[in-house]
Design a protein around this ligand. Structure first.
Ligand SMILES: [Zn+2]
Length: 397
């Protein structure tokens, strides 16, 4: 038996999984998958690293492998490792039972799409529980601790001998979760009824739609940046150069262009300048956390005309000139004309502007709608082709 993994099967499984649940695609492609001969399972650690016994990769059908990848991603998105620690699970105590209960929390949603992996089949009913509860509830009432499948330290927080260093660190993992939550909400917006309720509740919990605009805005911008970065050349046909260095790691050869971001600021007389400055500062910090250099961010000050296009090194350098009427369509149009063309356009406005009917062809648009207490936000509804985040004034504490 070869110590390596069958990259074609892994690629096909990942493709099957992301085709069936497209809203989990960025999570599925964030997994790094490497060979762990003799570990007897296909498991995941809390840092998004899957370790797979080649025996099981060869034995399972591709669809089944795909279901298992979805299932393992479920453990990570739902933070099962961290929750296991809080529930008192530790080496030699409760790991198997926790694994079954965590499987049940994931699988009742997967059952709706007939995607429950046969090797890790537990449903709430198998634990004598009703659907839709949390792993902590199942864990309190379940008695049988013998797990069917070892899902790894990403499920129960107990290190495995085949775990390795590296992988996604905490901040990157949190941003990924936000981005997946935004994908889920977007998918649900386009195709109501397709996303199982458990995933929707999870997304709402991770990314409240109105209560915290910073998180929502971060997720949207991050999502735009990610969707452009992964645009989408995860091909396994050409081996990537790094794959030769680490022969056991299946890596897609991934073309990852650096996204360019344009920020279009409404500087018309109706704008609340303090709020705009605050929103700009927020966008700046989101972009730097997403790893964008400032040279890749351009800011346009717009009322009915486009006043300034400049690469800024600090947001404070943006002169909020203007003060006439407003047409954000002009701003989006000017942003699209920039070279290099921005892949993400963030529009900050109070909404008193008409909008273009059609989205720009190659840019992801995020609208930050600045709201003033007691005033309506805008007279024109923001276009449905953009994602809109309501930015609320700070409440007095
Ligand atoms: Zn599991």
């Amino acid at each position: 038996m070869s110590a390596g993994l069958d990259g074609h099967r892994i690629a096909a499984a990942r493709l099957f999984a992301s085709t069936r649940l497209p809203y989990l695609a960025s999570a599925l492609f964030a997994l790094t998958i490497a060979s762990a001969p003799g570990c007897g399972t296909i498991s995941v650690d809390p840092r998004w690293q899957v370790r797979a016994d080649p025996f099981w990769v060869d034995k399972l059908e591709v669809d089944e492998l795909g279901c298992l990848l979805i299932h393992l991603v479920g453990h990570l998105l739902r933070g099962h490792a961290e929750r296991a620690g809080k529930a008192g699970v530790r080496a030699g105590h409760g790991g198997g039972g926790w694994n079954r209960c965590a499987d049940a929390e994931i699988n009742d949603d997967l059952a709706e799409d007939e995607l429950v992996p046969r090797v890790a089949p537990d449903l709430p009913v198998n634990l004598g529980c009703a659907n839709g509860a949390m792993v902590e509830d199942y864990y309190r009432s379940a008695t049988d601790g013998a797990r069917h499948w070892d899902c790894g330290s990403g499920c129960d927080n107990i290190p495995r001998s085949w775990d390795t260093e590296g992988g996604l660190q905490r901040e990157a993992s949190e941003l990924l979760c936000l981005s997946v939550a935004a994908d889920i909400q977007r998918h649900h917006g386009h195709w109501p009824g397709r996303v199982p309720g458990g995933w929707l509740r999870w997304a709402e919990q991770v990314l409240p739609s109105r209560t915290d605009w910073r998180r929502a805005l971060a997720a949207e911008v991050r999502q735009g940046v990610a969707s452009v970065s992964g645009n989408v050349d995860y091909t396994y046909r050409r081996p990537s150069r790094r794959a030769r260095v680490t022969p056991n790691v299946v890596m897609p050869s991934l073309h990852r262009p650096l996204p360019d971001v344009a920020i279009v600021c409404d500087t018309s007389g109706s704008m609340h300048e303090q709020l705009l400055a605050r929103a700009l500062a927020e966008v700046e910090s989101i972009l730097s956390r997403a790893g964008l250099r400032q040279s890749q961010v351009r800011v346009l000050a717009v009322d009915t005309n486009v006043h300034a296009v400049r690469r800024v090194s600090r947001v404070a350098q943006v002169a909020l000139t203007g003060g006439g009427g407003t047409d954000m369509g002009a701003g989006i149009g000017a942003a699209v004309e920039l070279r290099p063309a921005p892949s993400v356009i963030v529009v900050l406005t109070d909404g008193f502007t008409p909008w273009p009917e059609q989205p720009p062809k190659s840019s992801h648009v995020v609208i930050g709608l600045l709201e003033e207490a007691g005033k309506p936000s805008g007279i024109f509804a923001p276009p449905s082709w953009a994602r809109t985040i309501h930015i609320e004034p700070t409440r007095t504490k």
